[in-house]
Design a protein around this ligand. Structure first.
Ligand code: ARG
Length: 496
């Protein structure tokens, strides 16, 4: 028995009985049924019904008294839905069928039966998924900003601590820990920006498109749109009922959030190994092993990494559903909901746990510092120092490489080479008096300080970067905290 169902009682109500001799076969009913997942659209459905009832009233299709009684009945239905007194029964095909049954029970057939005029479940469902997603996009944005804040907090705490920067997972150049952490902030801020931008395209109501061609009843779709928090109506009733690119776009953003988190998750898993030992996870945000008492496992990072696969799967499954659909409503479109509901449900558990793990993890700054220059990570600094002495980079690269070769052969680091070694290697390119001065750049601090162009890892630049990220996060929060019941939140230009 699925959630939100009362069992098999409840008489069968179909919205399409007239031309049929018999009700649906049990096999069809089982396949067709969606209340087990679409009941969460009930509040939005009732909001749509209220707006629609008023449109019927304005068009003279409900008298003032009927409208009043209809609104009361809808309010009563909402209360019963809120309290759990009214839920779908086994015979209800979808949330719309269930709510129509509820309305008929409360308002009676005569009045309740009038609400369906001029609308179809096709335009209803296309509207409801937008309302639900627009609200939940803001919710997801708030949760993403929770991770962003945790990362910025760690970057601030890291100060000028250095660490080995890697490419291809090999030691490359020393960087600030804060720089590496902030590298994960920007994609997440862009994800929130994506949601805010997506919201502008979703700010169009299909309500009133009917099954596909619009209605003959002189309803006012614009007024309905405004009541439901949309600033405009779809320009094409077929597009309004048939398109789901907006759902797919949301689904991509949700998957991208998962992927962005997953890449940081992978780093945390590695940093948390005994070999790396860069970071220690808080007890409250790690788990133990049932057999090995010594174990402390990074399950949050692993689950996040794992669930990224699921988030991608939701998106690809739905994209496959859309491909090849004729352009008007087809029942396949019902598949949109479970995909994005699952994504929001997944992100809802992943993001707060991830934020908590990030907020409470503790870096071993001494170990990071000791590792920062190893693996000849200062070789580029030698090459760039040579360039500053007028040596063409092609030669500078070779000379620095010769230093690495010599040091590697002796089993020492670059700064262990003697002055004479530099004099010999640089011969013909740098005068013997000058050669030993290369030592100046053979320190991690020197290396990091000198990378002070915009976007570089120099402490000054990283401080600016953090300040800028905070400003953008504050702007992103305006979207996250905005109401989806009003017109679309419009960022002033891009979030930048
Ligand atoms: N439950 C359907 C959906 O979620 C809406 C119903 C449209 N059904 C129909 N036979 N026109 O897409």
């Amino acid at each position: 028995m699925t959630q939100g169902e009362k069992g098999n009682e409840g008489e069968h109500l179909a919205l399409w009985g007239g031309r049929f001799k018999a009700g649906p076969s049990p096999e069809l009913a089982r396949l067709s049924k969606s209340t087990q997942f679409d009941w969460r659209l009930a509040d939005d459905d009732i909001a749509g019904s209220r707006a629609h009832a008023r449109a019927l009233g304005r068009a003279g299709l409900l008298s003032a008294d009927e409208l009043k009684r209809m609104e009361e009945a809808l309010n009563q239905l909402q209360r019963m839905v809120d309290s759990g007194e009214f839920t779908p029964v086994a015979g209800d095909e979808d949330e719309a069928t269930a709510l129509e049954r509820g309305l008929l029970e409360i308002a009676g057939d005569e009045l309740g039966g009038k609400l369906r005029a001029g609308r179809s479940r096709n335009d209803q469902i296309a509207t409801l998924i937008r309302m639900w997603l627009r609200r939940n996009a803001r919710y997801v944005a708030r949760l993403v900003l929770g991770v962003v804040n945790a990362l910025i907090g760690q970057a601030e705490k890291a100060g000028e601590a250095v660490m080995p920067g890697r490419t291809h997972m090999q030691h490359a150049q020393p960087i600030l820990l804060a720089h590496q952490l902030m590298a994960h902030v920007w994609p997440l801020l862009r994800d929130v920006e994506r949601l805010a931008d997506w919201d502008k395209r979703m700010d169009e109501s299909p309500y009133g498109a009917g099954a596909l061609a619009g209605s003959t009843l002189g309803l006012d779709p614009e007024a309905v749109a405004h009541e439901l928090g949309f600033s405009r109506v779809n320009s094409n009733s077929i597009d309004g009922t048939a398109s789901r690119d907006g759902v797919a776009e949301f689904s991509f953003i949700a998957a991208m959030i998962g992927v962005n988190l997953s890449r940081l998750a992978e780093e945390i898993v590695i940093w948390n190994t005994q070999e790396f030992a860069f970071v220690r996870l808080d007890d409250a945000y790690s788990t133990g092993s049932s057999i090995m008492p010594q174990k402390k496992n990074p399950d949050i990072a692993e689950l996040t990494r794992g669930k990224a696969g699921r988030l991608i799967g939701d998106m690809t499954g739905f994209m496959a559903t859309l491909k090849g659909l004729p352009t008007a409503y087809a029942r396949d479109l019902q598949e949109d909901k479970e995909a994005v509901f699952d994504q929001v449900d997944t992100l809802e558990v992943v993001l707060p746990a991830f934020a908590g793990m990030v907020r409470t993890m503790v870096f071993d700054k001494d170990r990071l510092k000791a590792q920062a220059p190893t693996g000849f990570a200062l070789a580029t600094d030698i090459a760039e120092w040579l360039v500053k002495q007028g040596v063409p980079f092609r030669h500078a690269h070779e000379l620095s490489g010769a230093c690495v070769k010599l040091a590697e052969g002796r089993g020492v680091e670059l700064w262990d080479l003697a002055d004479d070694d530099f004099v010999t290697i640089f011969k013909g390119f740098v005068s013997p008096e000058l050669a030993p001065q290369v030592r100046k750049v053979l320190s991690v601090e020197g290396s990091v300080d000198q990378r002070n162009e915009k976007g570089g890892t120099a402490p000054e630049r990283v401080r600016e970067q953090i300040a800028k990220a905070k400003r953008i996060a504050a702007k992103a929060r305006l979207f996250a905290d905005s109401s989806s019941d009003g017109p679309a939140y419009v960022a002033s230009g891009s979030l930048k």
